[in-house]
Ligand binder design. Structure first.
Ligand SMILES: *Cc1c(COP(=O)(O)O)cnc(C)c1O
Length: 438
């Protein structure tokens, strides 16, 4: 589903004019389409219907309360990676009994919090963590449900910073060690219940092949653990990639119908068709942990052109959004299409689009041919709904941007822009009382 389109030469999200939103709420501004999020969730649920499955949305992709609440209403469960994310899910009305807790470095406080809330499962990433959870559960007098994350050692063929399923990544436990680890845990660790097996090989996968390779490798292991230890579920993680190039090209089509250059869309349907035959015979509950696929193309970051700067080698277009607002290009060479909010008339120029931050990596496009932009023009950085706001920071003491959720003709401010006072909340100078001085 495609919810960002030009109408009357002005870019809209669903029925709402983005220029009007930028006027009202300022820039930079994140805008999300509720109906795109619903559509992606429902398409995945429909494609996976032949399996006894649960969709645990990966909260770290976009953790705004309104987005979480929308997905909870759709029936989603949640994959969390911190105590803070669990707190958000509960505030948004999500059920703790649908939460799986991933991550290599869970602290005692986080483990105790998640245990007290009664989450569905801890997805454990090392033997040391498994022993620690057993200990904490013992102290609390409870049995903690756990699944170990298996590292299947397959190449996800994605950027190295978002590849997680190879032996040299920090994630999970080596495939070969899993049966022995479960056997010893069953014997020695009396305060954990071996409830499942988990894997996640990486993010932004654009072909189905690594998924097939991984599930074919892990399915027999899951069957073995079911027979030996009665595990109930296999989680196959997230990682379905989205199209970042030319995602606006076919106005009424799906974004995954657009194919540009090397980038091919991995469709929900082709993904499901490839893995269902391998997973169905297991007779296990299958968990999915999609993040980017649900929200990535459901969001844009609006920004305004501040200055044009003509250097001897390049033309820079300086905008009011920076790498602190959207770090994907700086962090892992992520691409975002850039379009003017007012439909362009065909005049192009080759420019760098850069932010105001004092870092050379603070750019959104380099030597890119774009419609001619003037000072004061509004642009949209497309496909910014995942790993956008959640990775934003206050670097350079810039207040975090506002977020708006559009649903049909309605636009709701779901996070206000930070103020300067927000920037220093909680800080105090040496020798002063920590209390508020205003
Ligand atoms: C980040 C993450 C996901 C979601 O990945 P996407 O590429 O956004 O789908 C799922 N599971 C785990 C364990 C993760 O760390």
């Amino acid at each position: 589903m495609h919810s960002f389109q030009y109408r009357n030469r002005s870019l809209h999200c669903e029925q709402v004019d983005l220029a009007a939103l930028a006027e009202e709420h300022g820039s930079p501004l994140y805008v999300y389409s509720a109906n795109t999020i619903r559509d992606h969730y429902r398409r995945l649920a429909t494609a996976l219907a032949p399996l006894d499955h649960h969709i645990a949305y990966a909260v770290k992709a976009n953790s705004n309360l309104a987005v979480l609440q929308l997905l909870a209403t759709e029936g989603a469960d949640f994959d969390i990676v911190s105590g803070g994310e669990l707190f958000r899910v509960l505030k948004a009305g999500g059920s703790p009994s649908g939460c799986t807790f991933a991550g290599v470095g869970k602290t005692r406080a986080e483990i105790e919090y998640a245990m007290s809330m009664g989450i569905y499962c801890f997805n454990v990433e090392s033997e040391a963590e498994l022993r620690f959870i057993n200990q904490v559960a013992g102290e609390a007098g409870i049995i903690a449900p756990v699944a170990v994350r298996v590292n299947p050692n397959v190449d996800a063929k994605t950027h190295k910073y978002i590849s997680t399923g190879k032996s040299d990544n920090k994630f999970g436990v080596d495939f070969e060690r899993i049966p022995d680890l479960y056997a010893r845990a069953a014997k020695e660790l009396t305060n954990v219940e071996l409830r499942g097996l988990q894997m996640h090989i990486g993010s932004q996968l654009t072909t189905v092949q690594p998924f097939i390779e991984a599930v074919q490798k892990v399915a027999p292991l899951a069957a073995q653990l079911k027979a030996e230890h009665g595990i109930q579920f296999l989680s196959v993680g997230g990682g379905i990639g989205i199209v970042y190039h030319d995602s606006l090209a076919s106005g009424d089509g799906d974004w995954w119908d657009n194919q540009a250059g090397e980038e091919t869309a991995l469709t929900i349907e082709s993904y499901a068709a490839a893995i269902i035959p391998v997973l169905q015979p297991l007779g296990l509950k299958i968990l999915f942990e999609p993040g980017r696929m649900i929200v990535g193309n459901a969001g844009v970051l609006l920004s305004r052109v501040l200055y044009k700067k003509h250097g001897s080698a390049k033309t820079f277009t300086i905008v009011d959004a920076g790498m602190n607002d959207l770090i994907r290009p700086a962090l892992y060479q992520g691409h975002h299409d850039i379009v003017p909010i007012t439909e362009p008339d065909g005049q192009n120029e080759t420019i760098d689009v850069v932010g105001p931050i004092c870092e050379s990596s603070d750019f959104f496009a380099q030597d890119r041919e774009l419609p001619k932009l003037e000072e004061g023009d509004l642009i949209a950085l497309l496909s910014a709904g995942a790993y956008g706001f959640t990775m934003a920071s206050n670097y350079n003491s810039r207040p975090l941007p506002a977020e708006v959720l559009v649903d049909g003709a309605n636009a709701t401010l779901v996070r206000r822009r930070q103020s300067f006072d927000d920037l220093i909340a909680g800080e105090s100078v040496a020798g002063a009382h920590a209390e508020n001085t205003d």
